[in-house]
Design a binder for this molecule. Structure first.
Ligand code: NAD
Ligand code: DAU
Length: 356
């Protein structure tokens, strides 16, 4: 079996669902269920004996030891993190605690477990650390895309905390020989994406008749990847990646934010026209920029393609259409995550005009 951390969040839950759809190998899913963790994401595997959910913190050394000893996983896939840049600007402390201290505790527990394994299990074991392209910092318009050897230049408390965890993972390989793999991926989108991030926020605000808040001039560039493609990349790296190596994962799909928002509005105009008439584009509102906002990310994903034969299956057009259709079909899920705490966040970040 495998142990997954953060498997009730956006990418982690997609990973667990995909894993169980393709394999009978059980998953132990350790998640603290912060505001971003949601058992509704896993409703379709509730009662499935192959999925063991454990609510707990990756910083809890005793719990980690007990889980590893009891379940004897052959691999660990580490998703758990605080993941939203804007929240890290308002309050970095949780990011330091989970992304750095939590990852450190996990590495320590995994090292102790792995050290005690019999030789064949020890040789087969691996831990995959899920990281982000944001650790590389911001690119100028003509710069080449991030390769795996690009220097680390994190610019937000979130990306700095992820960079720290990447360094710890690297150090545990070099110092202790721990068999680790790291993936640095670009922006994901798809089902179960919490509506604090750009794409789901724009969809749910558009449908609710609320403003679509675009930061600054809307010309910041991100590289977007459909979440299921990220999951297939992780499975492939886990299966065949070289120990200690880093693999960048991306969608070959750089776009400015305003183009993303326009694409969402155009799809909604087609699939669910506004009752009042006119385009959802009328709801676009330019708001104050994110402090320290990175201008451009771009991933050079040639290494994972040439070594492991992975390429994304979805184009942005097909992936975004699936995503918008999913949100239209899953209004109950959306209402479920729009709790009082969610409304407090929207108020704090955007003010009453967007929250109303
Ligand atoms: P998310 O915020 O949707 O989910 C994070 C999950 O981790 C939640 O279920 C939460 O409850 C859990 N968690 C948080 N702190 C925990 C703790 N201390 N112990 C146990 N569980 C805890 O995040 P996501 O977007 O699914 O991202 C998953 C991973 O992928 C993160 O490591 C993130 O840095 C990385 N990543 C995300 C993206 C993206 O576009 N979303 C891109 C590249 C990499
Ligand atoms: O690049 C990978 C990263 O992508 C992951 O490591 C992070 O966990 C994930 O949150 C994401 O970070 P971003 O900051 O790029 O994603 P976000 O959806 O918050 O913002 C995407 C872009 O849209 C960014 O340039 C900021 C802008 N934006 C975002 C929001 C929420 C807006 O213009 N308005 C908004 O309301």
């Amino acid at each position: 079996m495998i142990l997954v951390t953060g498997g009730a969040g956006f990418i982690g839950s997609n990973f667990v669902l995909d894993w169980l759809a393709q394999s009978d190998e059980p998953v132990v899913n350790l998640d603290r269920l912060t505001y971003a963790g949601n058992l509704q994401n896993l409703a379709s595997v509730q009662g499935d004996a192959r999925h063991v959910f454990v609510q707990g913190d990756i910083a809890d050394a005793a719990l980690l030891k007990q889980l590893l000893t009891t379940h004897q996983p052959r691999a660990v896939v580490h998703f758990a993190a605080e993941s939203h840049v804007d929240r890290s600007i308002h309050g970095p402390e949780d990011f330091i605690q989970t992304n750095i201290v939590g990852s450190f505790r996990l590495l320590e527990a995994v090292r102790a477990y792995w050290s005690g394994l019999p030789a064949d299990a020890k040789a087969a074991f691996r831990m995959l650390h899920v990281s982000t392209d944001e650790v590389y910092g911001s690119l100028a318009p003509q710069d080449p895309a991030f390769s795996e050897t690009h220097r680390y230049e994190p610019n937000s408390p979130y990306s700095a905390s992820k960079a720290a965890s990447d360094h710890l993972v690297r150090a545990y390989h070099h110092t202790y020989g721990l068999p680790v793999l790291t993936t640095n991926c670009s922006n994901n989108y798809g089902p179960y994406h919490f509506p604090e991030k750009l794409i789901p926020l724009m969809i749910v605000n558009a449908l609710a008749g609320k403003p679509l808040p675009v930061y600054g001039d809307g010309m910041q560039i991100r590289d977007w990847l459909y979440v299921r493609d990220h999951c297939s990349a992780i499975r492939r790296v886990l299966q065949a990646g070289r120990m200690g190596e880093v693999y960048n994962v991306g969608g070959w799909n750089e776009q400015p934010n305003i183009a993303i928002v326009h694409a969402i509005c155009d799809l909604l105009d087609e699939l669910q026209p506004r009752a009042a008439g006119g385009s959802y584009r009328q709801q676009i509102t330019y708001v104050a920029d994110r402090p320290g906002h990175d201008r451009r990310y771009a991933i050079d994903a040639r290494k994972i393609e040439s070594e492991l034969g992975w390429r994304p299956a979805e184009t942005f057009a097909t992936g975004l259409r699936k995503t918008v259709a999913w949100y239209l079909a899953n209004g109950e899920w959306v209402r479920g995550v729009q709790s009082g705490a969610y409304r407090d966040w929207v108020n704090k970040q955007y003010g009453a005009a967007v929250a109303a």
